[in-house]
Design a binder for this molecule. Structure first.
Ligand code: DGJ
Length: 728
């Protein structure tokens, strides 16, 4: 609910459990007064305190009042160069060459439903479930207007934000920074949690108390990156899974980003998140506008677990657009780790023949089907079927797969080109290159300039004709390197600062086109595993390959970290062969299945090479997954242990919304002789109900949650179990 007190310029956003408030003060500066647990009917501006502080400049309007300084007042959208020395949200370069921004409130309005952002991903909402607040600010000297957008999803405690900057003047203005989110807190007694890692080990949570000064994460790679995720948490020092105040901030952006927190000299905190200002400068001609990507906030007064569940619910209901519209997604098998580039139509048909009787429903043909692509040194950019490998093209292959009762999916990497390709020989200037500098390769490939329409059009035309040639129901969109040598032949020198962002807009545009032309196709995002796992991509691709690391034990950590923002249904996870290709570890097929069921669930191995016993297990796994699909993919997710604590096991749980069903999964990760007895406390059950476990013993919900379930003594490395709990 949005409440406007126009007389006093107090703007309040209420969700079910939280309140967010702003007030335009006597000088029309938009102050941020409060964000936290719900407070009703109150002007919270008493929280904004004034004192005569040394070295704090006073704006002209304040006259002799030295207690009024932008440097100490909590700002809704921070400015720069006019008295606030903390992190700016916006920086303008005016025709004079001066760099500053000074914003004053001019008005606001409430709209039914949720705003959309042209060309950018954003949560979707209707008049039934969302409201929009638009706030207008002006920089009179610069003749620039800023619109701040707020989407309020009451049910999910979710507030989205975006900003739009419009040049209302008669001369061009350069935008040097334009954040999506600025959030000021009165104290500094908070921890910052970031999700960091590398290729093969993505999104490990790192939590540290805030300290004076600036701290944070970002990416300069042109992708959101394996290294740091555009999702951060600020939480109370003692907040844990079930208690404490937590703020999660997720940026819906798949390019270079920045998320910084600053603790000021007087122990207030500011969080600023948005497109990375490094290598960013956008020229706004008179009348032109720039839109900053959306950021989504969840405040949970009840710990990190509830914060995550609210994100999961909101992402599933209002961000992801699933072409299957609520129907179950198929269990897939992907040939990559089993064959790499060494496959042909015969091998794929054999895969399908072996996989279909095991309950697998979709065959995904990975990298290597196009152009001249026998290794990762050539072929990218030539999106036509290699008929040496697939005689008769997809037209011949797909019906054979379908006759076996399976559907068909395909891998693409549209943003890339190899020098050894027909495309590069014809259009070498379409790859990013800085004039005078030698090429910088990654995985032997170069990045196409997707800021250019003709480049996108050419690539999309090829891909569209492949996808139109047969009944394709799934596409894996991969992206296997970070950007470098970024310079566009299509833009003049003074506008090269737009290229990184225009590249992302180009990717979004093509994804949108793909979705519109092939609305029935399920797209899985991928970037060398989880190099672009962000809420922006989830708007276009309902699932994203979590990591190239398919080892079940490492995946426990990767999926745990990912779960802080992103739902199970978005995490691409497969059972692969052992020894695992990433780390050589061997785990049982049961354990690999349990780990993959914390994600979308599928296989990535040669089914023909499995033993009869393994086949039996796979059949049971696919049947179990299908039977409990709703619970696994749409249930409320509870982290029961932290795999980074090196405890004896890692456990998690999915609970149905009516709390009558739950699935507990557990994998042992440390083994010792003479183990102690362990009990596992479940969460989220109805204490008043009695649950039957795996069709056997019964326990009251209260006993399972308060006293715990008695775990057996495990014997052997990496054992696993699943407890299916049903209320009786
Ligand atoms: C990286 C992906 O993450 C893998 O799953 C696979 O598709 C390869 N690229 C193919 O080149």
């Amino acid at each position: 609910m949005i409440v406007l007190d126009k007389e006093n310029n107090i703007l309040t956003l209420h969700t079910k459990n939280t309140t967010y408030q702003m007030k335009a003060d006597q000088y029309r500066v938009l102050t941020h007064t409060y964000y936290g647990p719900r407070v009703d009917g109150c002007d919270l501006s008493y929280l904004v305190r004034y004192a005569d502080r040394a070295c704090a400049p006073n704006p002209d309007e304040a006259g002799e009042d030295r207690t009024y300084s932008l440097n100490t007042i909590p700002q809704e959208y921070s400015t720069c160069g006019v008295g606030d020395y903390r992190l700016p949200s916006i920086e303008l370069e005016l025709p004079s060459g001066s760099r500053s921004a000074d914003l004053r409130f001019t008005g606001c309005e409430v709209r039914r439903g949720k705003y959309a952002l042209e060309g950018l991903p954003a949560f979707r909402g209707t008049g039934e479930d969302a409201q929009t607040l638009v706030i207008r600010l002006e920089d009179a000297a610069a003749q620039v207007e800023v619109e701040l957008y707020y989407g309020v999803f009451e049910e999910y405690d979710l507030i989205t934000r975006a900003a739009r900057v419009i040049n209302r003047g008669t001369e061009p203005v350069r935008l040097c920074q334009c954040a999506s989110l600025c959030l000021d807190f009165p104290g500094a007694d908070l921890d910052l949690v970031t999700f960091d890692g590398c290729h093969l080990m993505e999104r490990a949570p790192h939590r540290a108390p805030l300290r004076p000064g600036v701290q944070g994460v970002g990416s300069t790679r042109g992708t959101s990156s394996h290294q740091h995720n555009p999702f951060v948490i600020l939480c109370g020092r003692s907040a844990d899974e079930d208690h404490g105040l937590c703020y999660g901030a997720s940026l819906l952006y798949s390019g270079s980003f920045q998320a910084l927190a600053e603790v000021s000299q007087y122990d207030s905190t500011r969080l600023v998140m948005g497109v990375n200002p490094w290598h960013f400068c956008w020229t706004l001609a008179p009348g032109q506008a720039f839109t900053a990507p959306e950021a989504a906030l969840v405040c949970s007064p009840r710990g990190l677990g509830e914060m995550s569940r609210q994100f999961h619910r909101a992402i599933r209901a209002h961000l992801i657009q699933d072409p299957l519209e609520g129907r179950r997604r198929p269990v897939l098998i992907n040939n990559w780790e089993a064959t790499y580039f060494d496959f042909d139509a015969g091998k794929l048909v054999d895969f399908a023949k072996a996989a279909a009787p095991l309950g697998v429903e979709l065959l995904v043909m990975d990298d290597g089907w196009f152009g001249k692509r026998d290794n990762d040194c050539g072929g990218l950019g030539d999106w036509y079927v290699n008929t040496g490998k697939l005689p008769g093209g997809l037209e011949a292959l797909v019906p054979k797969i379908q006759e076996l009762g399976m559907s068909f999916g395909i891998w693409i990497e549209p943003e890339m080109v190899n020098e050894d390709s027909a495309l590069y020989r014809e259009h070498s200037d379409w790859a990013f290159h800085i004039p005078g500098r030698p090429p910088v390769r990654g995985r032997s490939q170069l990045v196409l300039d997707f800021s250019r329409e003709e480049v996108r059009r050419h690539i999309y035309g090829q891909i569209k004709s492949v996808l139109s040639s047969a009944d394709v129901s799934y596409v894996k969109w991969d992206m296997n390197r970070s950007l470098s040598n970024v310079w566009s032949a299509a833009l003049p020198p003074e506008r090269q600062g737009e290229v990184y962002h225009r590249y992302v807009l180009g990717v979004y545009e093509m994804l949108d086109q793909l979705r519109r032309d092939f609305p029935h196709i399920l797209i899985e995002g991928c970037a060398g595993g989880g190099g672009r796992f962000d809420a922006g991509m989830l708007y276009y691709t309902p699932q994203i390959w979590c990591s190239d690391n398919t080892d079940a034990i490492d995946r426990l950590r990767i999926q745990y970290g990912t779960s802080f923002c992103y739902p199970v249904s978005s995490m691409g996870a497969h059972v692969s062969a052992v020894p695992n290709e990433a780390n050589g570890r061997c785990t049982s097929i049961q354990t690999r299945g349990v780990a993959a069921m914390a994600g979308t669930f599928g296989y990535e191995m040669d089914p023909g090479k499995t033993t009869p016993e393994e086949k039996e297990v796979i059949r049971a796994q696919t049947a179990f997954f299908k039977e409990h699909y709703d619970l696994i993919q749409r249930g409320d997710y509870y982290r029961l242990t932290d795999p980074f604590q090196n405890g004896p096991y890692t456990a998690w749980e999915q609970v149905s919304p009516d709390r009558r069903e739950a699935l507990v999964s557990l994998v042992t990760t440390a083994l010792h002789a003479a183990p102690s007895f362990q009990t596992l406390k479940l969460k989220g059950l109805d204490p008043g109900l009695t649950y039957q476990i795996n069709g056997g013993d019964t326990f009251p919900g209260s006993a399972l949650m308060e006293a715990g379930y008695p775990l057996p003594l495990f014997h052997g490395d990496y054992q696993s179990m699943q407890l299916y709990c049903r209320a009786i």
